[in-house]
Design a protein around this ligand. Structure first.
Ligand SMILES: Cc1ncc(COP(=O)(O)O)c(C=O)c1O
Length: 439
């Protein structure tokens, strides 16, 4: 048992009192495994928090971080530049859809979302559309924890008790187990429901009042739910028709998760902005960003006095040279090992087939997957909702498997570098854990 002073750190999204009774401390990581303080290996089937996409403990990334620290640890990003930030931005932008080539760095996904909200407002003002201030988001969507992102997210417990921006309307959640259970990839149903809801929202408030739509191309924290067939293309069409910006929150779906560098590429839909973080440098140093259409930046520039910053916004560590150097080294790995596209290739198929074999487990009501993501949803039957997921999560951990429980669904997003043998180990440990809990 740990000798650490557990009172000293108030941890995020953690039931602290329960954690103090049952602390779970990791001390080491390598490849697809975390190791806890008892030395037990725990297969990391969540890539940390959807961020360690290239696996843990990559030496070339560590070396790049060390070298950059010794060369130039920090210089202010306000009015000054450092080579790694430009070099990394240029390398990254080679993977974005055409016409979306400007990168504003942040330190996290939450900051990326709030930055995108501000850019969207500035853009509408820059072209004289001052009434366009409302946002459209989605039930069960997650857009981080800053006040803008909290206002735009559709997870009730994350909103409760906070003063929020009010001009937000919500599309229905992607989850539709009744009609889509056990779909592989994009399910059949959901696009029509979204279109009806979208048009109702526009009819209620008027298109002239809408600034932007923000959605995750695949719902992540809402339970790993892929979009229905044609959903993203339709939403792009609706935004075009009503002159509304489209922001893809790709904090989870970026960096190879769906089978392309970005979901925008995988689904062949070009949004106006893309928010990124997590996998950006393999989960090694906090970093995020907003990728913006060139035309949006130009409109804001054209509307700004030439002697002032065009955007009164930014963070001390934006474009931090050490984080950027880590990003370049991580991108080398992504590119050289084919990790940006493996989720839509043979590895993605192997993952899909392995996951759907779990259908015979008791009380399974849905299995869904896309790219290297998956979810297995359980009917809690006699237990109150959300109790079964937490129990399976704990048993998985005891059996050497780190899954994530969202309600009564177990959600997976393995490192893209995971091997077939490790996928089989996941299946074995998951199956054992579920049977031990449900019988
Ligand atoms: C879609 C999405 N947006 C934003 C965020 C917030 O990112 P961060 O935790 O880096 O602030 C997350 C985090 O899980 C996310 O999944």
């Amino acid at each position: 048992m740990t000798e650490l002073n557990l009172e000293s750190w108030w941890q995020p999204f953690t039931n602290m009192r329960a954690f103090h009774d049952n602390p779970r401390i990791f001390t080491r990581a390598e490849g697809s495994f975390l190791y806890n303080e008892d030395g037990q290996d725990v297969l990391d089937i969540t890539a940390g928090l959807w961020c360690c996409n290239i696996g843990h403990g990559r030496k070339s990334v560590a070396d790049a971080i060390h070298a950059q620290l010794m060369q130039l640890d920090y210089a202010p990003p306000f009015q000054f530049g450092t080579p790694p930030a430009y070099q990394f931005a240029e390398r990254l932008l080679a993977h974005t859809p055409e016409g979306i080539n400007r990168l504003f760095f942040t330190n996290s996904g939450s900051e990326a979302v709030d930055t995108a909200i501000k850019i969207a407002h500035l853009y509408q003002q820059s072209r004289g559309k001052n009434s366009k201030t409302r946002f459209i988001s989605r039930d069960q969507g997650y857009h981080g924890v800053n006040i803008g992102g909290t206002s735009l997210q559709g997870l009730p417990s994350n909103r409760l008790g906070f003063p929020l921006l009010e001009a937000v309307d919500f599309l229905p959640s992607l989850l539709d187990i009744e009609r889509n259970a056990f779909s592989r990839g994009c399910p059949e149903h959901g696009t029509d429901r979204m279109i009806t809801a979208f048009e109702k929202i526009i009819a209620q408030h008027g298109a002239d009042n809408f600034c932007a739509v923000i959605i995750e191309p695949v719902s992540g924290a809402g339970g790993m739910v892929p979009p229905a067939k044609n959903y993203l293309k339709k939403i792009r069409e609706l935004c075009n028709e009503h002159d509304i910006l489209l922001i893809f929150d790709e904090v989870i779906t970026g960096f190879g998760r769906t089978g392309s560098a970005f979901a925008a590429v995988e689904f062949d839909v070009t949004p106006d902005m893309i928010t990124i973080a997590k996998g950006i440098n393999g989960g090694t140093i906090p970093m995020g960003g907003v990728i913006v259409k060139d035309t949006i930046q130009q409109s804001i520039f054209d509307n700004s006095p030439a002697t002032m910053p065009e955007f009164f916004h930014g963070n001390t560590y934006a474009g931090c040279p050490v984080a950027a150097a880590a990003g370049i080294a991580a991108l080398d790995i992504y590119e050289q090992e084919g990790l940006l596209t493996c989720a839509s290739g043979e590895k993605g198929h192997y993952w899909e087939n392995a996951l759907h074999k779990l259908r015979d487990l008791p009380q399974v009501i849905d299995i869904r997957n896309i790219g290297l993501m998956g979810a297995v949803a359980f009917d809690p039957e006699k237990l109150p909702p959300h109790k079964l997921g937490a129990k399976i999560h704990q048993r998985c951990y005891e059996n050497g498997l780190l899954c994530r429980s969202i309600g009564d669904a177990m959600v997976m997003s393995p490192p893209l570098s995971i091997t077939h043998d490790e996928i089989e180990l996941f299946i074995t440990r998951f199956r054992k854990s579920v049977i031990e809990v449900i019988g």
